[in-house]
Design a protein. Structure first.
Length: 245
């Protein structure tokens, strides 16, 4: 079982192991505790009941905690709730108390969809001479209005004989930089965005298309990994055959 879990860990799987270990976690030579440490598994009940875990196994004169739910780190992080069946359920379920865990599977398995669409296009298109000309003309006008060139020249002259910049120099530099950025944004906003009306559009349709694009990308990544694993195994077999020859 330990080798199987190690192989699944290596493949990137998350682990939730449920078992009756017939021994307690707190025992000095607890094998279940040693195995969990080796595999990087967490005792979920211990994390949820730091003050003391209720017994999971009851007989007439004894009680013990020998049933475990062990999870990998991400399973523990995404555990929303954990609990046990009431003690009086014993007659129905047997002498072991049933346990349950509520996991946020969406987060655990990364099933939340993300917007995979391209970023919003810029108004400025360097391949459109008309847009470029309009942008440059507006930018020049903004530079003149903010006296950018003269301010840069003055700062340059002030720094010629200074090894380091003073606080006043830094403030002047940052003020010029802010005005340059605002000038560029203002100039780009002068260019009108091209709106295509060829296709029907609605919020619901846009959401459906993005959802389809997301899962198509996930599918491609999955097949890519499968192909990579297959090729890797094939190369290993070739190497083994060469060595045996």
């Amino acid at each position: 079982m330990e080798k199987f879990i190690e192989s699944k860990n290596a493949e990137g799987h998350e682990i939730l192991l449920n078992l009756d270990a017939n021994e307690q976690w707190e025992e000095e030579d607890s094998k279940i505790r040693e195995m969990a440490l080796r595999l990087g598994l967490y005792y979920i009940a211990k994390e949820r009941f730091p003050g003391g875990i209720p017994p999971t196994y009851t007989r007439t004169n004894s009680e013990s905690r020998i049933d475990f739910m062990l999870g990998s780190e991400k399973v523990l992080e995404n555990t929303v709730a954990y609990g046990m069946a009431p003690e009086d359920f014993g007659l129905i379920l047997g002498d072991h108390r049933a346990q349950y865990v509520d996991i946020n599977v969406q987060n655990l398995l990364n099933l939340n969809q993300h917007d995979v669409g391209s970023p919003t296009g810029r108004r400025l298109k360097s391949s459109d001479p008309k847009c470029v000309k309009k942008y440059i003309n507006k930018l020049k006008k903004n530079y003149e209005n903010h006296n950018i060139h003269k301010r840069v020249e003055n700062l340059w002259n002030a720094l010629k004989n200074n090894i380091t910049m003073t606080k006043d120099h830094i403030n002047t530099y940052e003020a010029i930089d802010r005005d340059i950025q605002r000038s560029c944004i203002n100039a780009e906003n002068e260019i009108k965005m091209n709106i295509h009306t060829k296709y029907v559009w609605s919020p619901a349709l846009d959401k459906a298309v993005k959802s389809m694009q997301y899962w198509e990308k996930r599918k491609k990544l999955f097949h890519k990994k499968q192909n990579h694993d297959y090729l890797y195994e094939k190369e290993n077999q070739k190497d083994s055959m060469k060595k045996s020859e």
